[in-house]
Each structure stands twice: as structure tokens, then as C-alpha cells.
Design a protein around this ligand. Structure first.
Ligand code: HEM
Length: 540
């Protein structure tokens, strides 16, 4: 019987792979045999079936009642002012490492997870078309736009086969290493503006940047993603700080993120009546659509007037336009909304860690100088290949200050999670962001030890203790998500962080002489909560 199920699952996989052959390698990597037979295969003999039979019924899982949920989010309620993160943790204290959260007003129930073994099970059985619930409001907006622009595709906010088709066409453009050259130079140009901006705004005596330095980091992140997504240098950072369109985009991107929690998790009637939150959200989406549409059309016109030569490739946008104009617009909006706030928080985390750890900073500088002895020399795809310590510093900073509260997946199979039966199709909130800071998983968790991420022989901290991250369950720390649905902008984000950290450390001694207590607050994603008054001292 179990052989029958094995071959059935394998058969389905083979058929789908014919459709999406590019994902074949990923799939083989991610769908480990242990879990691929689970999918609804409740055969009498399977190990899974025994586990399922012995597990507690879903209904008996500790849960927040519908009334508690609704009351908690009403005026004066216990959850009303809490961030998503604090809300989930408050309930964890009451119910433990697994609990049910009721879906209210037409939303489905969710199960909230804090156990890494459960994270692994959910990810490993997510299937080839993993669904990420939570962005219903985006889909609702796109489905209901009067001009029907999104009738064929809802972009990467879609789910199921339609998501996969879209992702399949954009993956090669955004994720293939060979395409990095398309965005390396534009990103580097923006990056050098950032260095100049720091020199302009820092106090001439203290050499500290102003309290609102986060705004500059935000503009760096915005200019960087815009140069990729819209093939346009807005120059918000320095040359064109009053650019109205760039400001509109920036402002509405942040409003967009906030609405995702307000409309996706908190109780909301927006599908029945246009609530003020939904109206604000739809206005942001309209504005972002209009601006994006204009820039993509302008790029198209430029290309038509000055077509690229055979084999010549000039930008990511040009490549996306070659697929078609709609794909280019939808992808540009999806990149802009997903990139800016996250990238700037991640950059702030990296800078705080490096500024507070001068020995590590010096070690990184030495690595950079060995590869690029002249600080004016540009990074290239080639010379960036051998910078393991740079990458380790970024990984370690994202471990200490994880960006997202966690992730969301619809369970791809019936699963036993923490001893309870959880049916296929349940929305699972993988609440992972606190675990990378627990000593159980990472020794000396609050210390910035990039060596954890190096090869075995190098993974020893300054006082000789082994701190290797290799043996830690990798599902604890997945800053870019997992599997075929993981961050499509990962290469761009990593390159942007590597260029920024690399260029800053080559140019300055970076210090942060203030408290880092409660440096970040968590909403859907983290955001710096302290003034980022870094000190930048020029290096000779
Ligand atoms: C440090 C910066 C960033 C981090 C930590 C990050 C992290 C993530 C995570 C955790 C996800 C969800 C993955 C999953 O469900 O498994 C995601 C999705 C996504 N990210 Fe990023 N991201 C970053 C920057 C960017 C940038 C720069 C872009 C665009 C250029 C981008 C575009 C996207 C998009 C479009 C998705 C949705 C993918 C899909 O559903 O297929 N991200 N990101």
C-alpha cells in the first residue's frame, strides 16, 4: 500500500516537473523522502498513520475563542495596541507552543507554532506550490480593480498554480546568478551615493549622523530597489531628495505593510463594507500602481526608441518587459512593496552589529582589503566571490535581529504537529523569530559571532569556544524563507547588504556609542526603534 502511495506521489511530482522543469533541483532538495509520502496517505501500515491515530484531535488543541479574539481587538481590548509579534507571544504564554487562533469575519482558522520540529514538518510537506496565506487584501484589491488589469495574474501574491506560473517566468530573471551583473553596477552607484550622503550629514565635530539616519537607510533601500524594478535612478538619497513621486511610493509602501496585518490577521469587515483601513490600503495600492505603470511605460518607450542589440541585456526591467508589459508592472509593484522596509531594517541590524563589535569589524576590513586593496576599486561579480566573512557577518546580524515575525504557510498535507492532528489546508503561523536568540540552539546567543557561519575549521570564537551553526536545525533561522516560495529578491537583497557593508567598512571606522536596548520593535517585520546615531570616522 505504501508503495502505491509512493509511486502516486512520485507520479504527480513527475507530471508537475514537466510543467516547471526549472524547479526540479529545488524540489528534490526540499521534498525529503521522509515527508513526501505523508500527503493524505493515511494508510494502515504507514508510520504516519500510526502517529495520526495516536495524536490528539485538532479540536482539543488549546485555543483563543472567537469572542476573546474579537473582544481583544475592540477598543480597550487586551490586544488592540499589540504588534503581531507581541500578540502571538501573549497568547503563547497562555496556551503554550501550539495553539489555535480563530479566523473571524470570513477568515480561516490558523494554528500558531513555536516548535522548530513543527516548522520543519510544515515546510517539508508544503508541496511544489506552497500557499502563503495572509495577503488576502492584496488579492482582493487586485481582483476587484475596475480596469481588470490583474485579471490574468495576481502576481506573487497569488497562490497555487497561478502563483507558480508567474514565479516560473520571473525566477530566471531575478534569481539566476548570471543576472547579478545586470544589477550590480546600478546598485553600486546608489551605494556610493550613500557614502557621500554620510559625509554630508554627519556632524563635523562628533562625526555622528543625525537621529533620523533611518530615513537615509530607507532612501538607500528605495533607490536600490527602484533602480532594479523601474530601471530609474530616483536619487531620493542625495541628488533629488524632494522627488514627489519617490516620496509617494516610499510613504505608501510603509502604509501597505501596516495594512497587511490590520486586514489579514486582525478582525476586519473590509470584504463586506469598505472600512477606513481598506480605503487607505486601496488608495496606497492605486498610487503605487499609477507611478509604477508610468515608469514601466517610460522604460518601454526608451527601449522602443533605442532597442538593445542582439544578445545585449541592459536591465532586469528590460528582461521582464521581454516577457510582457504586464509581468513587468506586476513584478515591479511586488518588488517595491516587499523590498524597502525589510531591506532597511536588515541594513540597520547589520550596521548595529558591526559598529558594536570593533574586533569583528577589523577582521572584516582585513578580508576586504585582501581582495580590494584600493578603497576606490569597485566590487565586481568576480571579486565578490571570495568574501566569506562579509557574508557571515550579514547572516549573524540577521540571526540576532531577525527581520520577520516568522512566516506563514497553508499545510500541504494532514500533519501531526506537537501531538495534535492538523488537517491539510490549515493556515500555519510559523512564529520563529525568537528561537535564533535562545541558548538552546545557538551558544552565547546574544553575542555577534560571525565565525558560527564559517567552515568547521574556522568556527571557533576568540576565546576558543566552538560556536558552529552547522549542527543547528536550519529551520530555526530562515531569514529569506524556504523552498520554492522563498524570497525572490534574495540575491538582490544580499548583494545590496554586501555592497553597503563592504563599502562602509572600507571607507569608515563605524561606531555606535549609545544603548542598543530594545533596538528593534516587531510588527509584521522588525523596525529600528532607537535613533541610529552611528559615528563614521574616515579611514586613511
Ligand atoms: C534583507 C532583505 C529581505 C529579507 C530578509 C526578505 C525576506 C523574505 C521572506 C522571509 C519572504 C517570504 C518567503 C517564504 O514565504 O518562504 C520573502 C518574500 C518575498 N520577497 Fe523578500 N526579503 C528581503 C528583500 C527583498 C527584496 C530586495 C525584494 C525585491 C527586490 C524582495 C521581494 C520579495 C517578494 C516579491 C517575495 C514574495 C515571493 C513569493 O511569494 O513568491 N525581498 N522575502
Amino acid at each position: 500500500m505504501s508503495t502505491f502511495w509512493n509511486s502516486r506521489v512520485a507520479g504527480t511530482v513527475v507530471t508537475r516537473l514537466r510543467l516547471f522543469s526549472g524547479e526540479q533541483q529545488q524540489l528534490q532538495k526540499y521534498q525529503c523522502a521522509k515527508y513526501s509520502t505523508v500527503s493524505n496517505a493515511k494508510t494502515e501500515n504507514s508510520v504516519f498513520d500510526l502517529e495520526w491515530q495516536q495524536a490528539l484531535p485538532y479540536k482539543s488543541m488549546p485555543k483563543l475563542s472567537r469572542y476573546q479574539m474579537l473582544r481583544g481587538f475592540l477598543k480597550g481590548g487586551e490586544f488592540v495596541d499589540l504588534s503581531l509579534n507581541d500578540f502571538l507571544f501573549k497568547c503563547r504564554e497562555r496556551f503554550g507552543d501550539i495553539y489555535r487562533m480563530p479566523g473571524v469575519i470570513g477568515q480561516p482558522d490558523s494554528v500558531v507554532l513555536f516548535n522548530v520540529n513543527d516548522f520543519e514538518k510544515v515546510y517539508r510537506t508544503e508541496g511544489i506550490w506552497p500557499n502563503r496565506p495572509g495577503t488576502d487584501a492584496v488579492r482582493y484589491y487586485r481582483e476587484n480593480r475596475k480596469d481588470g488589469f490583474f485579471a490574468e495574474t495576481l502576481g506573487l501574491n497569488d497562490n497555487g498554480e497561478k502563483w507558480a506560473k508567474f514565479r516560473h517566468v520571473v525566477n530566471p530573471v531575478l534569481m539566476q546568478p548570471k543576472n547579478a551583473k545586470l544589477y550590480l553596477d546600478p546598485l553600486q552607484k546608489v551605494n556610493l551615493e550613500f557614502i557621500e550622503r554620510i559625509r554630508e550629514i554627519r556632524d563635523p565635530l562628533t562625526l555622528e549622523v543625525p537621529e533620523n539616519f533611518l530615513e537615509d537607510i530607507n532612501h538607500l533601500a528605495f533607490d536600490s530597489v527602484a533602480v532594479v524594478a523601474l530601471d530609474h535612478e530616483f536619487g531620493l538619497l542625495r541628488r533629488n531628495p524632494d522627488c514627489a513621486e519617490a516620496k509617494v511610493l516610499c510613504e505608501h509602501m510603509s502604509a501597505f505593510l501596516k495594512s497587511i496585518y490590520d486586514l489579514g490577521i486582525k478582525p476586519s469587515f473590509y470584504k463586506y463594507i469598505q472600512t477606513p483601513t481598506y480605503k487607505r490600503f486601496a488608495k496606497s495600492m492605486d498610487l503605487m500602481f499609477d507611478v509604477t505603470n508610468r515608469y514601466v511605460n517610460a522604460a518601454l518607450e526608451r527601449l522602443e526608441k533605442n532597442p538593445s542589440k542582439e544578445g545585449e541585456e541592459r536591465s532586469v526591467l528590460e528582461k521582464l518587459l521581454k516577457i510582457n508589459r504586464k509581468t513587468a508592472i506586476v513584478m515591479a509593484i511586488d518588488m517595491l512593496t516587499a523590498a524597502v522596509d525589510g531591506s532597511s531594517s536588515a541594513l540597520a541590524a547589520v550596521l548595529l552589529c558591526i559598529a558594536r563589535n570593533p574586533t569583528k569589524q577589523q577582521k572584516l576590513r582585513e578580508e576586504l582589503l585582501a581582495v580590494l586593496p584600493n578603497k576606490h576599486e569597485r566590487f565586481t561579480v568576480e571579486n565578490m566571490k571570495n568574501l566569506p566573512y562579509l557574508r557571515a557577518c550579514i547572516k549573524e546580524a540577521l540571526r540576532i535581529y531577525p527581520l520577520a515575525f516568522g512566516n506563514v504557510r497553508e499545510t500541504g498535507a494532514d500533519l501531526v504537529l506537537s501531538g495534535y492532528r492538523v488537517p491539510k489546508g490549515t493556515s500555519a503561523l510559523i512564529s520563529s523569530n525568537m528561537l535564533p536568540n535562545e541558548a538552546l540552539f545557538f551558544p552565547r546567543p546574544r553575542e555577534f559571532i560571525p565565525e558560527r557561519w564559517l567552515r568547521k575549521s574556522d568556527a571557533v570564537s576568540a576565546d576558543g569556544e566552538r560556536v558552529l551553526a552547522e549542527n543547528v536545525n536550519k529551520f530555526i533561522n530562515l531569514p529569506f524563507g524556504f523552498g520554492p516560495r522563498s524570497c525572490v529578491g534574495r540575491r538582490i537583497a544580499e548583494l545590496e547588504m554586501e555592497l553597503t557593508l563592504g563599502n562602509l567598512v572600507r571607507n569608515f571606522e563605524i561606531e555606535f556609542n549609545h544603548s542598543t536596548k530594545n533596538a528593534f520593535k516587531y510588527h509584521l517585520i522588525s523596525a529600528p526603534a532607537i535613533p541610529l546615531k552611528f559615528k563614521f570616522v574616515d579611514l586613511k
